[in-house]
Design a protein around this ligand. Sequence first.
Ligand code: ADE
Ligand code: ZN
Length: 325
Amino acid sequence: MDQFTKALPKAELHLHLAGAVKADTFLKLARKNGIALPKFGEVEELYRYDNLVDFLQIYDLVARSVVSADDFHLITYEALAHVANAGGRYVEFFFSPQVHQDAGISYQTMFSGILKAMDDAERDFGLVSRLIPAINRELTIDRAFEFLDLVLPFRSDKVIGIGLDYDEEPFPPAPFKLVYDRAKNAGMRLTAHAGEGGPAANVRDALDLLSVERIDHGYRVIEDAGLVARCIDEGIAFTVCPSSTVILTHWRDLTAADHPIRTMLDAGLKLVVDTDDPPMLQTDLAKEYRLLAETMALDNRTLAEFALNSLDAAWLDDSTKRDWR
Ligand code: ADE
Ligand code: ZN
């Protein structure tokens, strides 16, 4: 099983850069850049939380420990090495420019370090990657428009879309409609976290108002049978993250008959298995496939189906996809 899940050619489509910083790298950067940390006995204790709000506080602290272009290069290169090690063949990953901006870092510094590491990772381990700057939905709509002003000049074959993340429960997608319209007109691909903490209506609004092409998490779609049927019909992909549900949501038991990933799978929705925040959730891409197989008694054919879905939902051109199969 270990060999099989690692060898499966799969794409990672839902990974946050700051959530992909190893604990010892976080400590090293925090020390170097004078970031005060809460007192912990062990390095492992840094990454201990049991809900999204507490998690996001540490996530922001990790992000604030990243200061220079070299720091951005280091965390990106390590994150991509981690994906390659787990048998990832292609990755689209999020990063959160606004938290770095609020720590006084320029967009030029962020992008230069990240983009160089993407090139280096492709050269060193053949891992092709694409970047998706994501809007922090907890900030204002004005800040989201400012995000676009600052991100769009970096749009390229490597910076290909935008996302929407942070705590969805008090911050639904609808107010971001005009921001997403503008990003779409500028040629950006679109995705958003929806239905993680918020209701099925947020999944519908992400599709109808934000025009997203896929949904990140999306678990609460199962509360609306009509919407489930529509998503199947339209082939909407959901980037689900098993360990993330166990640690950051109230769906803690992957063996439960009513775990939403089980229900989504049984309903016939198109699922892509992803990590969300691999070191911060003590996981990697192969491990997430394995975890689902073991807890939900899935066969290799189903795992291969997830891998095919990951390719299908990737924002790659069709000829590249054909070559990959
Ligand atoms: N940022 C990193 N992980 C996240 C998650 N699971 N939900 C929302 N924002 C996030
Ligand atoms: Zn996420």
